[in-house]
Design a protein around this ligand. Structure first.
Ligand SMILES: Cc1cc2nc3c(=O)[nH]c(=O)nc-3n(C[C@H](O)[C@H](O)[C@H](O)COP(=O)(O)OP(=O)(O)OC[C@H]3O[C@@H](n4cnc5c(N)ncnc54)[C@H](O)[C@@H]3O)c2cc1C
Length: 306
C-alpha cells in the first residue's frame, strides 16, 4: 500500500460509517462531526482517525458547575469559566471529555507514545496476525544530521547528495530484506514455519503498527503540550500537531484556553521573577549579577525571544 492508500474494502467501510447518522440526546461537537472516521494522513503511510468522542466545551462547564442541564448562561460566561479552570489548573472538568483515535504509526514513534500512561490502548497483534509490508522512510527534507550540541536531537541541516542517497538506499534495502526474511521464516510450505510472535523480531523499528487509543481531554492536552513541542522528535511532533488540530475542532473554547495558558505559556522560577522585578525597577541586569546558571539565563532570554 502507498501513502494512505487504504484498500477498497477499508475505504468502503469508512464511507459507510460516514454516511450513517443516528439521532442522539447526547451533546455533540460540530467540528469533530466533520472529520469523524476520516483518516488524516501523517508521515509517509501513517494516519490518525477519530473513531468516537464524548462531550464538548459545554460538558466541561456542566461538570464544573455540577449542573442538571446544559445551562442557560451565555457562551461568553462559559468561555470565561473554561479559561479560569485552565488558568488555575482545576483539571477534573476537562477529564469529563474523552476521545478515541485509530492511529497508524511507526514502531519507534509508538515506543515514545506509549510512555503516556494515562490512555487506554489496544494494539494490532503481531502474534495473532502477520504485519503488513509497510515501513516509514523519511522524506529527503527530514533526513536530518545528528545534532552536535544536543545529543538527543537533530540539526536543522539535512544530509545531501551521495550521503542522503546512500542512507535512503540503506533504509529501503534493509526494510525490504528484513520483511522478505520475515515472510520466509513464517512460510509453512514444506516446513513448520516460525511462530509469528518470534518472526517479528527480525523487523526494524520503522515498521508500521496500529492501535486504538482512548484518552480524556486533560491528559490529551498534556500529551500535546509535550509532543507538539520543538524538543520532541519530528515524527511524533507530526502526530501531536494533528491531534492539536483535532482538539481545536472538537472543543474550541477549551483548546483556546490551553493554547494561551499552557501551549504558549512559560513558567518562571522565583529567581527569574525576582530578576524581572529588578529589571522593571530600572536596574541593569546582566548574566553576571543575575544569580542564574548559564542555562537558566539562556532559557529565560529565549522565553522573551531576546
Ligand atoms: C522531549 C522529550 C524527551 C524525552 N526523553 C526521554 C528519555 O530520554 N528517556 C525516557 O525514558 N523518557 C523520555 N521521555 C519520556 C518522559 O520522561 C515521559 O515518560 C513522557 O513524556 C510521559 O510523560 P508523563 O509521565 O507526564 O505522562 P503520562 O504517563 O500520561 O502521565 C500524566 C501525568 O500523570 C501522572 N502520573 C502518571 N503515572 C504516574 C505514576 N506512576 N506516579 C506518579 N504520577 C503519575 C504524572 O503527573 C504525569 O505527568 C521524553 C519525553 C519528551 C517529551
Amino acid at each position: 500500500m502507498e501513502a494512505m492508500d487504504l484498500t477498497a474494502e477499508q475505504l468502503e467501510e469508512i464511507e459507510h460509517q460516514r454516511s450513517c447518522s443516528s439521532a442522539t440526546r447526547r451533546v455533540t461537537s460540530p467540528g469533530i462531526e466533520e472529520l469523524i472516521y476520516t483518516p488524516l494522513p501523517i508521515l509517509d503511510q501513517g494516519f490518525i482517525r477519530v473513531v468516537d468522542y464524548m462531550g464538548n466545551d459545554g460538558s466541561i462547564v456542566q461538570a464544573a458547575r455540577v449542573s442538571y442541564g446544559t445551562g442557560t448562561r451565555k457562551t461568553r460566561n462559559d468561555e470565561a469559566l473554561i479559561r479560569f479552570l485552565m488558568r488555575h489548573q482545576h483539571t477534573t472538568p476537562f477529564e469529563m471529555c474523552e476521545i478515541k483515535l485509530h492511529v497508524k504509526l511507526p514502531l519507534f514513534v509508538a515506543r515514545q507514545w506509549i510512555r503516556h500512561r494515562t490512555a487506554s490502548v489496544n494494539e494490532y497483534s503481531a502474534r495473532y496476525s502477520k504485519l503488513d509490508n509497510e515501513f516509514y522512510i523519511p522524506s529527503p527534507e527530514h533526513l536530518a544530521a545528528q545534532s552536535t550540541s544536543n545529543r538527543q536531537g537533530r540539526e536543522q541541516i539535512t544530509l545531501s547528495g551521495d550521503e542522503a542517497a546512500e542512507v535512503l538506499g540503506i533504509l529501503k534495502t534493509d526494510s525490504t530484506r528484513n520483511y522478505a526474511n520475515y515472510e520466509y521464516m513464517l512460510d509453512t510450505e514444506g516446513k513448520q514455519g516460525l511462530a509469528r510472535e518470534l518472526a517479528r523480531m527480525n523487523l526494524p523499528a520503522n515498521v508500521y503498527t496500529q492501535w486504538y487509543w482512548k484518552i480524556d481531554l486533560h491528559n490529551l492536552f498534556h500529551f500535546i503540550k509535550l509532543r507538539n513541542d520543538s524538543h520532541a522528535q519530528y515524527e511524533i511532533q507530526a502526530y501531536a500537531r494533528c491531534m492539536n488540530d483535532i482538539t481545536r475542532a472538537w472543543v474550541p473554547a477549551a483548546w483556546k484556553a490551553f493554547d494561551d495558558y499552557v501551549s504558549n505559556a512559560a513558567s518562571l522560577s522565583a529567581a527569574a521573577i525576582k530578576l524581572l522585578n529588578r529589571k522593571l525597577l530600572g536596574e541593569q541586569v546582566t548574566f553576571e549579577n543575575s544569580g542564574l546558571t548559564k542555562r537558566e539565563w539562556i532559557e529565560l532570554l529565549m522565553i522573551f525571544e531576546l
